[in-house]
Design a protein around this ligand. Structure first.
Ligand SMILES: Nc1ncnc2c1ncn2[C@@H]1O[C@H](COP(=O)(O)OP(=O)(O)OP(=O)(O)O)[C@@H](O)[C@H]1O
Ligand SMILES: CC(C)(CO)[C@@H](O)C(=O)[O-]
Ligand code: BAL
Length: 369
């Protein structure tokens, strides 16, 4: 049977059982299609499938995402496939973690490409000899995730929330006051629905990792948290779904961000500095020189960005440290705001004509000595 027909044949029983058929329309028929990715949009069908897996003693690793999948997400899934027979990927752009004036409506949504990537990813696992597979995608509606009240982005909005303080109020939480409330709430729901043996998060969102660890510990959630290293572009920029909104000009300028972090890391690792000011000085110097350089370019080349924060923090609490405790190490993290472009020529490749501000975050772990 031709691959496309095989998929049609399985799509109908899947739909009857309560989950949506995989979106395969754009896959070429010459590709070997995986028949194994089930797409769930509601909870009961997913729970029934999960119970069946439990009876068969199969393990589940959950990779929570907001879609627009890239190599960073696949790296999480690859680690999950190495440790579990089943990998569940959730794809849900969670409104509750976006503040009122944030980029919820500009967040990239690329469903067909995401499904194609996961199919291709499963094929690559097969050829590498890994036994685990992505077998389920959970792509719920907002009504499913927030059955009673619609999710609010207001700080004092009503609803059933999980808050993790003070950890969730500092750094990213100071700039995005509802962010970690939204993340902790949606992850509690996801963990509760999927009941995964293990959950996979990326180090790129280092404070999110600390919040999730705290959530699992404090709420006695029965899952293990795995943190996977940051995947980077060839110039060092951390991969991120939002990078597509930068456009060519801001994307090129953004390369100074990982360079600045590396300079601070070098100060700790190679120069032996432990004091905060000594470690952060090279970060600030490189970033400042770059900022001034890009700001004084001609209008059609100019890029403006601002440092939101740079942090040297305790690895558990994420509270600022005056100096690194060599026995513990520290987390060096920062956030940049790439401002909208002032002038964009008709020919320039730039989503939204450069009007979308893009927040970049990145970090490096300074390991214990
Ligand atoms: N470059 C990366 N390397 C490893 N993991 C990553 C990377 N980027 C994202 N992740 C992880 O993937 C998971 C889902 O993240 P998400 O879907 O928000 O993508 P994202 O690229 O972080 O998007 P954005 O930064 O634009 O919000 C998170 O655990 C996140 O830390
Ligand atoms: C963990 C997460 C999927 C929760 O919406 C999101 O914050 C993300 O993609 O990092
Ligand atoms: N990766 C973090 C999700 C967010 O910025 O909303």
């Amino acid at each position: 049977m031709a691959p496309s027909l095989r998929i049609c044949a399985i799509a109908s029983p899947l739909r009857k059982a309560g989950f949506a058929a995989p979106r395969i329309a754009r896959l070429s028929t010459s590709r070997i299609l995986s028949e194994d990715i089930k797409v769930f949009r509601d909870v009961p069908a997913l729970r029934a499938y999960r119970r069946q897996l439990q009876q068969e003693k199969r393990s589940v690793g959950l990779v929570p995402t907001m879609g627009a999948l890239h190599e960073g997400h696949l790296s999480l899934a690859r680690n999950a496939a190495a440790e579990n027979s089943e990998v569940f990927v959730s794809i849900y752009v969670n409104p509750a973690q976006f503040g009122v004036n944030e980029d919820l409506d500009k967040y990239p949504r690329t469903w067909d490409a995401d499904m194609a990537k996961l199919e291709e990813f499963n094929n690559s696992l097969a050829s590498s000899g890994t036994t685990g597979r992505v077998t389920a995608v959970f792509a719920p509606t907002t009504k499913t995730m927030y059955p009673t009240l619609p999710p609010t982005s207001e700080i004092d909005g009503q609803g059933s929330f999980v808050t993790i303080t003070p950890l969730g109020s500092i750094l990213e939480g100071a700039s995005r006051p509802v962010f970690f409330r939204g993340v902790a709430t949606v992850c509690t729901k996801l963990f509760n629905i999927v009941q995964p043996e293990r959950v996979y998060f990326g180090q790129k969102d280092v404070q999110q990792c600390a919040v999730i660890r705290r959530l699992v510990t404090d709420l006695h959630l029965d899952t293990r948290v795995r943190i996977i290293p940051t995947e980077r572009e060839s110039d060092g920029l951390a991969m991120s779904s939002r990078n597509v909104n930068l456009g060519r000009r801001r994307r090129a300028a953004a390369a100074c961000f990982p360079l600045s972090l590396r300079a601070a890391e070098k100060q700790y690792k190679e120069q032996g500095s432990l004091h905060r000011d000594d470690i952060l000085r090279p970060f600030r110097e490189i970033l400042d020189v770059s900022r001034i350089f890009y700001e004084q370019l001609e209008p059609m080349e100019k890029v403006v960005f601002d440092l939101d924060y740079v942090s040297l923090a305790d690895p558990d609490t994420m509270e600022e440290v005056p100096q690194v405790d060599p026995a513990k190490g520290a987390i060096l993290s920062a956030a940049l705001k790439m401002q909208p472009l002032e002038f964009v020529s008709g020919a320039e490749d730039c989503p939204g004509r450069g009007t979308i501000p893009v927040r970049l975050i990145d970090n490096l772990i300074l390991p214990p000595r």
